[in-house]
Design a protein around this ligand. Structure first.
Ligand code: NDP
Length: 445
């Protein structure tokens, strides 16, 4: 790493002890930025990096609620408003027991670059809670969401900060959160949250957008080698929103998705995952992946194993951070891997990324490959602002154009900085320069 950046990195790591995921995200970005600072010494003089690593605002709050047996439960809520140089803070809310400040900060930091790459006027932020919605009744989830919003509402707004979904936060949770915001503020402010239901301000394609976008980005990478999804053998991790829609899109483009997973195990379905059945089990019945196996013949289920043991030509990690390590990456490479498109945020460890890059595997980092979700959230904000709603075809075409544009921006930036095909470098530099220019123009704030 560039010596000038090393000093800044050391300060950032020392100022944020114990936040390993945030450290990982910062170090990965810093490793790409040396050449930018050779060309733009003004970024160093204005301490752009130091400022970028310090969130503009961090909010941590108590979320008290009662469960169905009347017992009081206490969770912790977070919203990190990281950077507003390009627009209002924008990024999802994650409800998962693993959530703590370090995870929210890594996600918020990544979001700054991702949102810049989309070319839309949105800043970076992220939030969530250590609340676990799995196994909770609808009434418990509603009471939790209402309590969470009773504090969060004072910090967000259409022009300030616009949350959306992430792990554990889907249409149901966004509905309860929006209802409580409307009730407290007495305003029907559609643009305050994205991922809303279609009949009350949501956008068509938003539920599909992250998974679809990941596949579109990966298809663009494959095209650079004269290939496509058609005929590929694909493995997807996760079986949530991003995973299901990535599976659907990859199969629509002619691939066979032979495996997917949840945190308990994975399914191998050599005939190709039945997306309709998977949606029924996971989205309608809120069941476990194990239930998929009970309803389909010729399918096997591996309890507690790693889905990356299944060989594939394309891997789409769509579950969570650091789910694919160096050993798994080496196994995938040995088994004939061509491309990786990250649907999740930072699912590959730094070792895994190094293995992919050394082996010449096409590697699309999450901040570029999964940006279709937030980009379509920005399209939802556009529709809300103009009191309009667009057709599925029009919105999907906008998403496709945006993903092709992000691919082009990453690839051309990597070319410009002398490392063709390095999408990590292209995404980090492409996102950073846009934000840094705006921060410079807006003065020392
Ligand atoms: P969901 O909650 O819909 O699904 C998450 C999936 O990942 C589930 O199958 C879950 O399994 C699995 N998973 C979660 N945590 C773990 C874990 N610790 N170990 C193993 N498996 C795990 O979330 P999304 O699909 O929305 O999000 C998935 C990823 O995509 C996240 O990294 C998120 O940040 C990223 N992302 C999401 C966007 C969106 O629009 N939703 C936008 C951009 C990125 P289980 O049910 O067993 O927990």
């Amino acid at each position: 790493m560039d010596a000038r950046l090393e000093a800044v990195r050391d300060t950032v790591l020392a100022r944020n002890p114990g936040e390993s995921e945030f450290h990982q995200a910062v170090v990965e970005v810093f490793e790409s930025l040396g050449p930018v600072h050779d060309r733009h010494p003004e970024f160093l003089e204005a301490a752009i990096l130091e400022r970028l690593c310090e969130p503009e605002r961090q909010i941590i709050f108590r979320v008290p609620w009662t469960d169905d047996s009347g017992r009081v439960q206490i969770n912790r809520g977070f919203r990190v408003e990281f950077n507003s140089a390009l627009g209002p803070y924008k990024g999802g809310l994650r409800f998962h027991p693993s959530v703590y400040l370090g995870i929210v900060k890594f996600l918020g930091f990544e979001q700054i670059f991702k949102n810049a790459l989309t070319g839309m006027p949105i800043g970076g932020g992220k939030g969530g809670s250590d609340f676990d919605p799995r196994g909770r009744s609808d009434a418990e989830v509603m009471r939790f969401c209402q309590s969470f919003m009773t504090e969060l509402y004072r910090h967000i707004g259409e022009y300030t900060d616009v949350p959306a979904g992430d792990i554990g936060v889907g249409g149901r949770e966004i509905g309860y959160l929006f209802g409580q915001y409307k009730r407290i503020t007495n305003r029907y402010e559609s643009g305050v949250l994205t991922g809303k239901g279609i009949s009350w301000g949501g956008s068509l394609v938003r539920p599909e957008a992250t998974g679809f976008g990941t596949v579109i980005f990966t298809e663009e990478m494959l095209k650079t080698r004269g290939s496509s999804f058609d005929g590929q053998r694909v493995v997807v991790s996760g079986s949530g929103n991003v995973a299901i829609n990535a599976i659907a899109k990859a199969q629509a483009l002619g691939a066979t998705v032979v495996a997917c997973s949840d945190s308990s195990g994975y399914v191998v379905d050599e005939a190709g995952i039945d997306v309709g059945l998977l949606r029924q089990v996971k989205e309608v019945e809120r069941g476990r992946l194990k239930d998929y196996v009970l309803r389909r013949s010729g399918v096997s289920y591996v309890e507690a194993g790693s889905v990356w043991d299944v060989d594939a030509t394309v891997a789409l990690p769509c579950a969570t951070q650091n789910e694919l390590d160096g050993g798994a990456a080496a196994r995938l490479v040995r088994n004939g891997l061509l491309a990786v498109g990250e649907g999740a945020n930072m699912p590959s460890t730094r070792d895994a990324v190094a293995v992919f890059q050394e082996a010449g595997v096409l590697f699309g980092p999450g901040k570029a490959a999964n940006a279709g979700g937030v980009a379509t959230s920005a399209l939802e904000m556009q529709q809300n602002a103009s009191r309009d709603s667009w057709s599925f075809e029009h919105t999907e075409q906008r998403l496709t154009d945006i993903m092709v544009g992000i691919h082009h921006r990453c690839a051309s930036t990597a070319d410009e900085y002398g490392d063709p095909g390095n999408y990590v470098l292209g995404a980090n530099i492409g996102g950073f320069v846009k934000v840094a220019d705006a921060m410079l123009a807006q003065g020392l704030i």
